[in-house]
Structures are given as structure tokens and as C-alpha cells.
Design a protein around this ligand. Structure first.
Ligand code: SF4
Ligand code: SF4
Length: 154
């Protein structure tokens, strides 16, 4: 999502910790993992970022410091599109930290490892059921695999 380079990257292992860097990276619009972070100070903004025209509602001020506002564990500007992809609502104004993040980098691999599942949950939602299917209870009896499990979206 926030990378400046997308596409196949060299496979290998990161020399510091031997984490496997996969041969290819997903399209950022189908990933979004690096836009997820566990706290309100995840994406710090620099003075030049404030000159990019980011809307006020995208900002989270903490004293004199400013960050991208977060919601639901991700940057509030990460948006699920009608096509089911994860897009940046302020892409042209995105901050320096996002511009510097490279698809296929070690940080990208770590983001996908630790946040990829959360990002994918944001895209999935409940599977739409065809109109002609029987009632939900009947489906459960016929096909246990379709039952909701704890953590599924309602
Ligand atoms: S984690 Fe990597 S592949 Fe996923 S959106 Fe970010 S830069 Fe793109
Ligand atoms: S500003 Fe855009 S690219 Fe940066 S974290 Fe937020 S949604 Fe992702």
C-alpha cells in the first residue's frame, strides 16, 4: 500500500536474522499489512508532511507531536474499496514514512508476517450467500465448514 516499489524482488535470507524473504511480494492493494500498527504513534509525521495537505481528520496530535490517526488497528486512511482492495485514501499526500517503505524489503516481510492476517480480515468480511441457499441452520447441518467460528465477522 504505501510502498514506492512493487513487484518481484530477489529471494534470499535477511543477513541479520535469516528471515526468509519471499521471491515475490503481493500487490500492495491486495495486502495493506504495513498500514497496520498497534498504537496511535505508529506513523510519525515530519514537518514536511504537514505541508502535503493531509486533512485534519487524518492527523492525531499528541502534544507537539503528530501522527497519522489510527482506527481498528490500522491507519484510518486505509480504505476498503468496492473492488475489495485496500487503498490509501490520501495516497498523493501520504507521509514520508509511507513513501520510504519499500515493497519486498525486510520491513515489508515483517509487516506481512505480523499484520498480514489482520489486513486480510479487513478485506474478507462475511462471504455473500446466494439467494437460493437454504436457511443458515440447514447449511450448518449440511456443511460444518461453513459454520461461523469465534472471531468471524457477523
Ligand atoms: S507490507 Fe509490503 S506488500 Fe504489503 S502493502 Fe506494505 S509494502 Fe506493499
Ligand atoms: S497514509 Fe496511506 S499508505 Fe500511509 S499508513 Fe495510512 S493508509 Fe497506509
Amino acid at each position: 500500500m504505501r510502498c514506492i516499489a512493487v513487484g518481484p524482488v530477489a529471494a534470499g535470507r535477511h543477513r541479520e536474522c535469516s528471515i526468509l524473504i519471499p521471491k515475490t511480494v503481493p500487490e500492495c492493494l491486495s495486502c495493506g499489512a504495513c498500514c497496520f500498527g498497534g498504537h496511535d504513534r505508529y506513523i510519525r509525521l515530519f514537518p514536511e508532511d504537514l505541508a502535503r495537505g493531509l486533512p485534519d481528520h487524518a492527523l492525531h496530535w499528541d502534544g507537539a507531536e503528530v501522527f497519522m490517526a489510527m482506527t481498528g488497528g490500522h491507519c484510518a486512511q486505509l480504505t476498503l474499496t468496492d473492488a475489495g482492495t485496500l487503498a490509501c485514501a490520501v495516497y498523493d499526500s501520504r507521509p514520508t514514512a509511507c513513501r520510504a517503505f519499500r515493497a519486498g524489503s525486510f520491513e515489508c516481510a515483517m509487516a506481512r508476517r505480523h499484520r498480514g492476517a489482520e489486513a486480510q480480515r479487513m478485506t474478507s468480511g462475511p462471504a455473500p450467500l446466494p439467494d437460493d441457499l437454504p436457511a443458515a441452520g440447514v447449511i450448518d447441518a449440511m456443511s460444518p465448514g461453513r459454520r461461523r467460528v469465534p472471531g468471524d465477522r457477523a
